[in-house]
Design a protein around this ligand. Sequence first.
Ligand code: NAP
Length: 394
Amino acid sequence: MQWKPLRPGFGLAGRIDRTLVDRVGVNGVESLFRAGTDDYWMEQALIESMNSVGISAPNPGVGCVIVKNGRELARGHTQAWKQAHAERMAFHALPQDADLEGAEVFVTLEPCSHTGFQPPCSDLFPGRGIARIVVATVDPDPRVSGEGLRRLATSGVRVETGVLEPEVRASLFPFTKTRGPKKTVWVAKWARMPSGHLADVDGNSKWITNAKSRAYTHWLRQKYDAVVVGARTFLVDRPALTVRDCALPRQRQPERVVFDPRGELLSLPESELECFRVLVCNDLLPEPRRDGTVFVGMDATPESPDLGLVFKSTLESMNFEKPLQSVMVEGGARLLRTLFESGVFDAAHTFTGAQKFDRLSAREWLESGPGAGFSPCTHHVFDEDVLQEWVKED
Ligand SMILES: NC(=O)c1ccc[n+]([C@@H]2O[C@H](COP(=O)([O-])OP(=O)(O)OC[C@H]3O[C@@H](n4cnc5c(N)ncnc54)[C@H](OP(=O)(O)O)[C@@H]3O)[C@@H](O)[C@H]2O)c1
């Protein structure tokens, strides 16, 4: 499927302003649409859905707004995995005496039609006098995939689809990809100087981008299940890889992983590797380090031509608290290049910052985007920085 460029203000994280520190909370985000239009209410549902970031996976984070006579009655978003979906939350939030005769419901994803951990959401609407349900996009989950809409239509509820569809589909990423044949979605993220370099040779270039770009990145860290860096990045920058400086809710930290084929981190004290899992080539992993708590073996050598794919399959087969639906690789250039050559990535976020540094080397250089086979979707300016996002064509 072709991914269309999104309207300004939207990205793979949703409404971009909602992710920033200086605009905390739903009420702080200025609408991009005329109040009362379908686009306006769907944008509100999308903003509501962003409260599910980090908790709803592997379920999609959905938002729902119930409106009557141009006034909002209630809104809701998907709760933690196995708990209530957005539509049910919005119905729970209705005032006790609410009369739904003639009301309209805006929901980002088609209401589900099957019983999982929760009863079907499509059963909530019939018989309540609701005038219409507006849905942004059909659920790609094969258990639903149009069935929820059919159930609503046959029960006599008027259903419309497609409002703000590309923007909602993008914000639902990676859910919109994992419901195909793939299980884990891989995303690249890097920041370049205007020259295309990702680092200087002196280790002074830890931050190339400004605070807003970094806040957006921190939001992405809770959107994706795991965050990866290469061993050299770990040793030079000592990144915490945590969610800190973005807008609330900041509901979870991602799994944090270091790609270390040469075992360069083996000599570090364990206290410096707390919260990290480090993947090392098997032959370089000494016996006492093989218990899998911090270090995990990869069945390859640093010279193996398929090292990128072995890393991918090793990480995907590891046991984490929840199924690993998505992985974001934050560099450096050497790791990103290896994974691009193996065709691992499904999407990319790139920032071009204004900061310049001396003493650059070709080893640290990367293109401005992922290249052929990826559709550009986002172009956003954070003051002097530029964010671009791409998704691989299906
Ligand atoms: N601007 C950004 O977005 C950004 C993001 C992250 C990091 N950085 C900067 O990038 C620099 C470090 O990046 P880097 O590219 O040198 O290293 P890296 O990607 O962070 O680390 C990769 C590590 O894996 C090893 N390796 C062995 N075989 C490999 C293979 N086949 N493919 C890939 N790696 C392999 C590398 O060692 P060998 O190279 O010896 O093989 C290296 O130790 C730091 O200065 C950091 O500040 C910038």
